[in-house]
Write a protein that binds this ligand. Structure first.
Ligand SMILES: NC(=O)c1ccc[n+]([C@@H]2O[C@H](COP(=O)([O-])OP(=O)(O)OC[C@H]3O[C@@H](n4cnc5c(N)ncnc54)[C@H](OP(=O)(O)O)[C@@H]3O)[C@@H](O)[C@H]2O)c1
Length: 347
């Protein structure tokens, strides 16, 4: 039996994590769920879909008591809050899968510049493993601290890695244009996420300054073996879930769509959750809704000698909780796909 605790369990990513874990075929038990806002309330008060399926109450976080009650802790709290808890949990010998950005960037100075806050436990940065199995599976296996990737970076990195690894594109001038559903902003309402402001409306935001930029750059630089800087423009869409990323690259030499699709299929041949679409098929968020799949498609524009690569993920699954469960499966030595290989929900 594997016992897991979820900190910040009243939020959107936790809701999805709980839904996935209670359907997991192995004996994974959720033994602790914490919430400061709903302490003492039954889980179904916040997540009515769990009524009759999980008999647990939210409790206030008590780090000292975790050691006796859990083996793994998922931190599904905002950045800054995560690093205020993680070191004390790790010091008890527990393994941590952190959903926040606090341990994703290896360089504390870059973190501090983009997140405009001091990193309070930089000593854990070298130990943390960036939790994208498609790039770091072997390191994840033995990780004590997994930095679960951001949602936009997951889509952008999976769309880009094969081209960069095979040195088929120029590394300058890469453009990532991404569209996200509103659940990406979490469950706390704001003016920007308020229904009347979002319904029927599309806007770019944090242009040239979104905090996921250095994360995408870090991971693609690792693939390239040389530093990469790129333009990343996120957009909010009038939908609840999903991210469609469209990434533009200048090709080093002429190559056909067909040949590139073959390269992608080979690169992801052993990846259970990356589906390379056939020629003429493009990813759509509906096809991955509620699932851990990342669909990837592409098209070469011979006129401009560019390739346009598209990826679709569900931000709450492959972009957060599905990836976290995939990481738990890897660390715990379970089948990597266990509890995650269901198709998405089409309308
Ligand atoms: N949403 C996404 O698509 C997505 C994707 C990838 C990664 N992430 C990351 O995953 C984490 C959770 O995101 P989310 O979308 O689930 O957010 P959310 O819906 O806003 O939930 C955040 C949770 O954190 C708790 N929390 C907030 N401030 C806290 C504090 N000061 N101390 C203790 N707990 C606090 C809240 O619980 P109580 O107030 O009930 O205690 C809530 O349960 C974030 O770091 C986010 O950046 C999100």
């Amino acid at each position: 039996m594997i016992r897991v605790g979820i900190v910040g369990a009243s939020g959107y990513t936790s809701s999805e994590l709980i839904r996935l874990i209670i359907q997991h075929p192995d004996d994974i038990r959720i033994t602790v769920i914490t919430s400061e806002s709903y302490t003492g309330e039954h889980v179904s008060r916040v997540m009515p879909n769990l009524r009759g399926l999980l008999d647990l109450e939210f409790e206030s976080l008590d780090i000292a008591s975790l050691k006796e009650r859990v083996d793994f802790v998922f931190l599904a709290v905002p950045h800054k809050v995560a690093m205020s808890f993680a070191p004390r949990i790790l010091e008890q010998g527990l393994r941590v899968i952190d959903f926040s950005a606090d341990y994703r960037l290896v360089d504390a100075e870059i973190y501090e510049a983009w997140y405009k806050t001091e990193h309070t436990s930089p000593e854990w940065l070298s130990e943390a493993v960036y939790g994208l199995p498609e790039l770091h599976r072997d390191e994840i296996r033995n990780a004590r601290l997994v930095a679960n990737p951001g949602c936009y970076p997951t889509g952008a990195i999976l769309a880009s890695a094969p081209l960069i690894a095979h040195r088929l594109v120029h590394l300058a001038g890469i453009v990532v244009d991404a569209k996200s559903g509103i659940s990406g902003a979490g469950s706390k309402p704001s003016l920007a996420t308020h229904f009347p402001n979002r319904e029927g409306n599309v806007t770019a935001y944090n242009v040239a300054q979104h905090r996921h930029t250095p994360e995408i750059e870090q991971e693609l630089s690792r693939v390239a073996g040389t530093p990469i800087q790129l333009n990343f423009t996120p957009h909010l869409m009038p939908m609840t879930r999903g991210i469609l990323s469209t990434v533009y690259f200048a090709l080093v030499e002429n190559i056909t769509t067909e040949a590139l699709l073959e390269i992608y299929s080979e690169y992801y041949a052993d990846e259970p959750f990356v589906r390379v679409l056939e020629q003429g098929q493009y990813p759509q968020t509906h096809a991955v809704y509620g699932s851990n799949y990342c669909d990837v498609g592409l098209e070469v524009d011979m006129r401009t000698r560019r390739v346009v690569v598209m990826s679709a993920i569900d931000n709450l699954v492959k972009g957060a909780s599905g990836a976290a469960l995939q990481n738990l499966n890897i660390i715990a030595g379970l089948q990597e796909t266990a509890g995650l290989d269901a198709p998405g929900i089409m309308p």
